[in-house]
Design a protein around this ligand. Sequence first.
Ligand code: SF4
Ligand code: SF4
Length: 701
Amino acid sequence: MGEQSNLKDKIEAGLRDEDSRRGRQKALSVIKPGIVRMGDLEPELRDRLREIKESSLADLSRLLDEAVCSLKDNGCRVLVADSHEEAIQYIKEIVRQGLVVKSKTNAGQEIGISRYLKEQGAEVIETDLGDRINQLAKSGASHSLAPAIHIPIERVAELFSSETGEKLECNTEVLVGAARKNLRGYLERADVGITGANAIVAETGSILLTENEGNIRAVSGMPPVHIVIAGVEKIVSSLEDALVVARAAAVYGLGQDIGTYVSVISGTGRCGGSTQQEAAGGLGPREVHVVLLRQGREKAIRDGFAPALYCINCGSCLNFCPVYTEIGEKFGSKYLGGRGAVFAAFHDQLQKAEEAGLDLCLGCGKCQEVCPAGINIAEMVMRLRAKVVEEKGLKPNKRLLVSLLTEDDPRRKAESARDFLKTAVSKDRLFPEVAKRTFPESAKGRSPVENPVLRVSFFAGCGVNFLRPQLGLALLDVLAAQNVEVVWHENEACCGMPLLKNGAVQEALALAKRNIALLAKDDCDYLLFVCPACAAAVKNEWPLLAAREGTGLAKQAQNLAEKVMDANRFLTEILALKGEWPGGKSKVTYHDPCYLARGLGVREEPRRLLQAIKGLELVEMAEPDSCCGFASSFSFDYYDLSKRIGLRKAEMIERTGADFVATSCPGCMIHLADGLHHLASDKRVFHTIELAAAAVKGGSK
Ligand code: SF4
Ligand code: SF4
């Protein structure tokens, strides 16, 4: 339980930090629209970056050798460091007790270079404005590119006033001017400049750096010695590829076309500048050292986590991550956010990944969508959680959930669910009770469809079976009205998605096997769902799980995966359903469930379904596809954070002025209703299938 209680402390601190929250919101409200706008203008940039990263990583050992040769040909001294200790030792010997000016270097931060240099008596000055503020405030970074957004301007004025010895006005221009003047003094006197690298070109031995403040150019050009610290994954084949990296960093970092400064360094000062004055006069440093860090990266590649190394540290994933949005830098470690937890597993150990918040990722997948390299953090998080379970077994609270979800008798399962909810649901949470009758019990005795035009199979899922049987009944109503016969199973097992999310792979496989045996007998062309998490499990996860058991089961799982169809899609594409809303003209807004929008790519169909209902007007909310914060067991384990995410969503819904909200997931329904309840809103939440049922029946809501 240790990591979990530490995480709870971090969450609490994050939720309490109002300064950080305000700063973050202000920064994100500016950065996010810029990234979306620029990303839309440059759709091919992502593909190009991904191709470059894939091919560079696939050819890493050759490119590394080539880069080392080219860098040396340019007069650079090169160390390929296997570990952080090796890198630190090398840099400490160059720096000794000198004055070091430093700009952003992620790899430098990863190895904690500033601390080691200070310990041996060197003076280290950060030159990035945000990093300098943090250094003076003795604070850590709260964002990859805007590291001091958690510090209010009034505090910045105090810090710079005490540093310069004059009372500075609380005004951005004044403060930036004062910081620049002060930093210039350090830059002119510095013995060593330390930078990172956005890319290193194997072919030419060039180091590419992009930025907006100009400090990196000064740090790399003014002191007589320049040290570059970069992970080996920064190596790309050509200068053209390096420029794509620089563009992606600008577009996805701050929504800019290109960074204000792009520097290409190809070796030492040509005229052999040996003093600060010569270097500052444009001659460049007399020594350039390039430290290329391996530190766990090859292990990441061996273990199938190579895409983690595609990261260009643009921070786009953070800007759109619901967890980061609420608790900022408390999510992650040396690298922030969900990717920080993933990187920690390789740069350090699995234990560090847990401390960084491996458990806090919602698995919503939004980060992959906005990542220029398309890194699937949620999938890597799931695999690492499975590794944790493999090494340490399930934690007690997870064991309880797993034993509930693997219970095969529906009556006993309902009883266990009642007991589970008594302890797992926070007192202030609005959460439905376990239904008196399960979906199969409620649906028993319905008249069969005569002369059906189609026969479909329906997988209800635990949410429908035990909490919201009315959703299954609504689907039966709509389909009966269209002469479609439905097959379902009384002893259906859980789809296994909540287990997979908690790393319980073996248990999820056992459930998949039970379900595959049941469903494979249905002679239907379509397997329908009103819960997208279940649909995503059958479509995306069962084939992978079944492949562990051999080709027979894998083939059955694949057959089922191909039949998966979300109910919205079935109603719009196959049945072209139309109806009339019985409640008079009403405005409805729609929330995209993560597993439906990103897991299955179903975004338009629910909207088309709503628009096919006469009398309903669809009004979009801001960020309709941002996660509601439910994320199955996450909302039980970390309710305070989950509630805050839900509240933000509820505010977006409220601002639309819609009469009610529709969604297509039983879990989202629960959490949206809870969020609206905490906002004291009287808006009701419906599943699209309920609205469709009311529209075809002409009943009243
Ligand atoms: S999957 Fe969602 S919660 Fe997890 S890191 Fe990505 S955006 Fe954040
Ligand atoms: S994971 Fe992707 S979005 Fe996040 S910092 Fe890395 S490259 Fe940028």
